[in-house]
Design a protein around this ligand. Structure first.
Ligand code: XMP
Length: 517
């Protein structure tokens, strides 16, 4: 088994970043909520070290979260971060108090002593930038520890017990605002815990293929392909594991962007030689959408029809007992709940609109352990084209929610497709595709008067949208330079018949949303 690290989550906003940093060093890790972690569960997981995350609680309160006391007697290295440091100190005989000197944001620590955690990164006497976010602080050390760094607000900014491999830091090494934080985490997992760093996408591919084969046996699997990153990678890895036992179904609702459906067929049927059922259901979808303008009604129609068509195709194939799903790790991490006592909230995510519940099939979820950027890396490893693995998110209802407040027709879809393709081409040409999180054009329900040549035009206005974001929950509009905007505007108006005006959406989220509907 590959070496692994256990991250005990006390509910910090940035716990996932700890996992990302650990995995970037080639070490597999999992996040488990503190109220599910026991000495037995740690033993069963068999980690080479444990990281205690930060969290919103105060160690000074009554009945606040703790690490299992037995953890400190298991002979495993432990790194406590922020709340994790405080609870470790309190549990091992030190003292934590509330402080009126709170530190939030950028701070500096003075490195006062050497320790194994700082080896090769920080030297005594150095002043180093870190990111802090705490009210409480350690005021008395637990026996066996010594101070190795101090800050203005935290006299015990970093503490160490090299003998037992116990370290505590008040700052957050997992965020980019602690410039050497990733290096410190690397030293902890690779040197102090002794993890080998052999967890790569190449090794993941191998073990996952073995797992898929063991789960599926000689059974058959159906996979709904959408052309997006997750379902594409799911299809590619399952195909590599079980070949023709996999059938992919691509329901083409007629609301895809220019050339997208053709690309799905080309890559999966022609390049990967996968059994692919391509259902052109555009007449059905567009017929049901005729006259509909309300965004939620459109979403419902598309979602329900998608499932109907998919189910009908699955029946035709007959006899598949497994359904492939592109569930990712952020969807399965149990989040820590402080309000409902020990209960936990489990986020569940159905990327093909509730299919698994309806179809009552066993799930194959090869991406359950991966973060999105790891899925992209696996896709590259499997030989999927870059334009597929690096693709921006695209909503399930497709272009239907980018023709807002008006009836969707084939004519409008064609106009939008052409304009959107030019927009994305210009973004790629400017080298901006990977900087922007999502970009698209929106065909507005207004016609405006223009003049082209000697003639009057009366055509649609097009809005362009581009945002930067990390998860789509919040977003800032992308700040294009004026040359880019001018070039785009003249290209779209000259090349796309039906559009005579281009406007630029400068709304962030919140208060706007990313899509217009
Ligand atoms: P909003 O517009 O809510 O979008 O800020 C956030 C992200 O979600 C995508 N989105 C959808 N994805 N079905 C989907 O699969 C939908 O109905 C849907 N609506 C929005 C949107 O493109 C953005 O990435």
């Amino acid at each position: 088994m590959t070496d692994r690290i256990l991250i005990v989550d006390f509910g910090s906003q940035v716990t996932q970043l700890i996992a990302r940093r650990v995995r970037e060093t080639g070490v597999y890790c999992e996040i488990h909520p503190f109220n599910r972690v026991t000495v037995d569960s740690i033993r069963a997981f068999d980690p080479k070290g444990v990281i205690l995350s930060g969290g919103p609680a105060s160690v000074t309160g009554t009945d606040t979260p703790r690490a299992p006391q037995g953890l400190f007697g298991m002979g495993l290295p432990v790194l406590g971060i922020c709340y994790g440091q405080q609870t470790m100190m309190a549990q091992l005989g030190g003292k934590v108090e509330g402080s009126d000197h709170r530190e939030f944001g950028r701070a500096y620590v003075e490195v006062s002593d050497a320790c194994a955690l700082f080896e090769g990164t920080w030297s005594p006497g150095a002043r180093e930038q870190v990111w802090m976010s705490h009210g409480d602080r350690v005021t008395a050390l637990a026996p066996g520890f010594r101070v190795v760094a101090t800050s203005e607000g935290a006299p015990f900014a970093a503490v160490a017990d090299d003998e037992r491999g116990f370290y505590g830091v008040q700052f957050h090494p997992e965020v980019v605002h602690t410039p050497h934080g990733a290096q410190l985490l690397r030293t902890f997992v690779r040197t102090i815990c002794g993890c080998s760093g052999d967890w790569t996408m190449a090794s993941f591919r191998e073990t996952e293929i073995a797992k898929i084969r063991a789960q599926v046996g000689s059974g058959r699997v159906i996979c709904g392909l959408s052309g997006g990153v997750d379902s594409s990678v799911v299809a590619a890895i399952i195909h590599e594991a079980i070949g023709d036992q996999l059938t992919c179904v691509y329901v083409d609702h007629g609301l895809m962007r220019l050339g997208e459906s053709e690309q799905v067929v080309r890559v999966f049927r022609d390049q990967f030689n996968i059994n692919l059922v391509h259902v052109d259901a555009s007449d059905l979808f567009l017929g049901l959408l005729a006259g509909k303008t309300d965004p939620e009604e459109k979403r419902k129609i598309i979602g329900k029809t998608f499932i109907d068509v998919f189910e009908a195709e699955a029946r035709k194939i007959g006899g598949a007992e497994f359904l492939a799903q592109g569930t990712l790790y952020p969807d399965v991490i149990e989040s820590v709940s402080f309000t409902g006592g020990p209960s936990v909230t489990i986020k569940s995510h159905h990327n093909v609109g509730g299919l698994p519940d309806r179809m009552n099939m066993k799930l194959v979820e090869p991406l359950r352990e991966l973060f999105k950027d790891e899925v992209r890396a696996l896709g590259r490893e499997l030989g999927l084209p870059e334009e597929m693995v690096g693709r921006h998110p695209f909503p399930g209802p497709g272009l239907a929610i980018r023709i807002p407040g008006q009836e969707i027709t084939r004519e409008k879809l064609d106009i939008l497709r052409k304009a959107d393709a030019i927009y994305l081409e210009e973004i790629r040409n400017a080298g901006l595709y990977d900087v922007i999180w999502q970009a698209f054009a929106v065909l507005l329900p207004v016609r405006t008067v223009g003049v082209m040549g000697d003639g009057r035009t009366y055509d649609y206005a097009l809005a362009i949208r581009a945002v930067t974001s990390t998860d789509g929950m919040t977003a800032d509009y992308y700040h294009f330079d004026h040359d880019f905007l001018s070039r785009l505007s003249s290209r779209v108006i000259n090349e796309v018949k039906g559009v005579n005006r281009v406007v630029y959406d400068i709304t962030s989220k919140p208060p706007g949303t990313i899509e217009w509907e």
